[in-house]
Design a protein around this ligand. Structure first.
Ligand SMILES: [Zn+2]
Length: 640
């Protein structure tokens, strides 16, 4: 970051304390991350069709150096483990992983005829590059099965890099996923997609240049791929713990782990390899009970119980444990100890949060008090590189008690701009606030400086001094953070204050996601986009008939706009429709997602409208568009 400031003496001291407190002499993680290395790409740049990089670790060489003052030493260690260990690795004979070709791992199992691929990454380009690397060094084999461990995009959206949609649709390649996978993956990534995407740019540091004072890691993996995404409907769904499958000769025993790390997830054991795949239920850090990009709060207790069930089901049999992020753990004793300590990590946070909540403490007070015991906290794999004890304990509180703290004084808070203006007025004006904040900045009280200057920013974003000082405070907080998302949030906030909003068009769903999306999800998204002031007083009904059969989608739908709400009813038509529409399901999705316009479809003979075509055309104007880059650290413009 060109505007980046050096670490302050307070930051240097804080990072020095981390260096003293943790067992940096223990290098077992580095040995495990290196073990079984076969080959990688050098430089590691994966390009899109147009030549632009979808994934590029070539600028991460600075991680070879000793930890600079501008990075928490514990996070630096994790960044090194992630970014400096890339490529193809043998876990055991016949079981391989491609790591750091994306944020997640792609795992390949050698079957009788080809590769069974576990989790084909976020982007088609990354997945294709990972498969090509395996084929080049292990012999070319066809993909004979795909397993999606869970409903997060980094585990499925690159699927079209290893198989075609036709491979799955024809049943030629089985695609195995946990129950509710399709619904949850689309809901999590599309229905609230724009706001999650925007917050994800902060969380993953996408806009931060890689450097010792900028992006160093996501914690969960080296970096997130920016390539093309897709989706195929699974052909085989696992519903119950204990279900087994044989895919291309590979035996698999499943355990369901829903509602924990992801709403739809399983883990599985491979008896032929004595290997346990923990999907993303365990990883080499404290994961997120709540993810800062925004998602539903996860269940820390169920999370710990499911790890315990994995120990019970597979602990006696396993020889190696691997997962969909980070490196494996070899040896039964080592793996079981790791599983037990990850189990207790989530349970400790859960139990202690509720102990304090039952004392009457609120989530902010609890987050300030919960500390891991040394037995858990000194294990590198339990450090908060992704989740943090602080925000996870707040999440546990919200899971049980919701966002309200019970204090009526906080029941109706003023929105940030209005509150900010009053606070600043009461505190004697923005200049006076800045003066005091500056003194606190010099004392290293960066959290407080950020809190108080946020009031100035939300009411007076053009206040140059406040803006600069807030950026400086966020930056020092970033330099001190052990959690990569925290660092990335802080530094992204500082960047935005210094450089203004990044450019960006409106949010659109990708063609790949659109084509795989069930119609029910499409109509849900449209309903979310409905502008009430455009729909007010309207009572509209449309008969939609789909001209081709796609999967088991109903062919007839009744679409209504009434009470400022859009509803879609499958297998229903009305005699009072304003218009009847005939279109293919795919074109309907593309039309409503803004990927094609009605005129083009009509001219191409792919859309026919009988009845009031005018009203049908007006429908399009009733949908809101979402700015991809809405302001986060400065006030939002008033909503229409
Ligand atoms: Zn993941």
């Amino acid at each position: 970051m060109s505007d980046a400031k050096p670490a302050s003496p307070h930051t240097i001291a804080a990072n020095g304390r981390v260096r003293q407190a943790l067992p940096f002499g223990d290098r077992q993680s580095f040995e495990n991350a290196r073990r079984g290395f076969i080959a990688t790409l050098d430089p590691l740049i994966i390009r899109r069709d147009g030549g632009r990089a979808a994934y590029d670790l070539s600028g991460m060489g600075f991680l070879e150096e000793d930890c600079p003052d501008t990075v928490n030493p514990s996070l630096w260690r994790q960044a090194q483990l992630n970014a400096l260990h890339t490529g193809l690795y043998e876990v055991v004979d016949g079981l391989y992983q491609v790591r750091s070709f994306d944020i997640a791992n792609m795992t390949l199992i050698r079957g009788e005829r080809g590769w069974v691929v576990i989790d084909p990454l976020t982007a088609r380009e990354s997945a294709a590059a990972a498969l090509a690397l395996a084929n080049e060094h292990l012999g070319t084999r066809p993909v004979t099965g795909v397993i999606h461990t869970h409903s997060h995009a980094d585990h499925f959206a690159g699927v079209l890099g290893v198989i075609t949609a036709e491979d799955a649709a024809s049943g030629r390649v089985p695609v195995i996923a946990p129950r509710h996978f399709a619904k949850e993956s689309l809901n999590e990534n599309v229905l609230a997609g724009n706001v999650m995407n925007r917050r994800a740019t902060y969380m993953y540091g996408n806009l931060l240049p890689p450097s010792p004072s900028g992006f160093v890691t996501t914690g969960l993996g080296a970096a997130l791929s920016m390539g093309s995404t897709g989706f195929v409907m699974p052909t085989d769904t696992i519903c119950e713990t204990g279900e087994t499958r044989v895919v291309d000769g590979v035996e698999i025993e499943f355990q369901m782990t829903p509602g924990t790390e992801a709403p739809a997830e399983f883990v599985f054991y491979l008896p032929g390899f004595k290997a346990l795949c923990m999907s993303e239920i365990t990883s080499h850090h404290l994961h997120n009970v709540y993810t800062l990009r925004g998602a539903q709060v996860r269940d820390a207790l169920a999370w710990s119980q499911q790890i315990n069930e994995s120990i019970d089901l597979f602990g006696r049999r396993l020889r190696v444990q691997f997962a969909c992020h980070h490196w494996p753990i070899w040896g039964r004793g080592e793996a079981v100890e790791y599983l037990e300590k990850q189990r207790d990590l989530y349970k400790f946070i859960h139990d202690q949060t509720l102990r304090l909540a039952n004392q009457g403490y609120t989530k902010d007070e609890i987050a300030d008090q919960v500390r891991l015991p040394a037995a858990l906290g000194n294990e590198w794999y339990n450090r908060g590189y992704y989740g943090s004890v602080h925000h996870n304990s707040r999440a546990v509180y919200v899971k049980y008690l919701g966002y309200f703290d019970g204090n009526p004084a906080t029941l109706q808070p003023l929105p940030p701009a209005a509150a900010g203006a009053r606070y600043v007025e009461y505190m004697g004006g923005a200049d006076r606030v800045c003066q005091q904040a500056h003194a606190d900045f010099e004392r290293g009280e960066y959290c407080w400086v950020a809190e108080v200057l946020n009031h100035v920013m939300m009411s007076d974003p053009e206040h140059v001094q406040a803006r600069a000082l807030l950026a400086d405070a966020l930056e020092q907080l970033g330099y001190q953070s052990e959690s990569a998302p925290w660092r990335n949030f802080y530094l992204s906030g500082a960047l935005e204050l210094r450089q203004g909003l990044p450019d960006g068009s409106s949010f659109t769903t990708s063609e790949g996601i659109a084509s795989g999306m069930p119609l029910e999800n499409l109509f849900q998204i449209l309903a979310v986009r409905l502008l009430p002031n455009h729909a007010d007083g309207l009572d509209l009904q449309f008969n939609i008939h789909l001209t081709n059969e796609e999967g088991n989608e109903p062919a007839d739908w009744l679409l209504t706009v009434r009470n400022c709400v859009l509803n879609a009813f499958p297998d229903r038509q009305t005699t009072n429709a304003a218009a009847a529409v005939e279109i293919s399901a795919l074109d309907l999705k593309r039309l409503f997602l803004g990927l094609v316009d009605a005129e083009t479809l009509i001219q191409g003979g792919r859309l026919s409208v009988t009845g009031d075509i005018e009203v049908f055309s007006r429908l399009r104007d009733m949908f809101d568009t979402f700015p991809r880059r809405f302001p986060i650290v400065t006030p939002r413009p008033a909503a229409v």
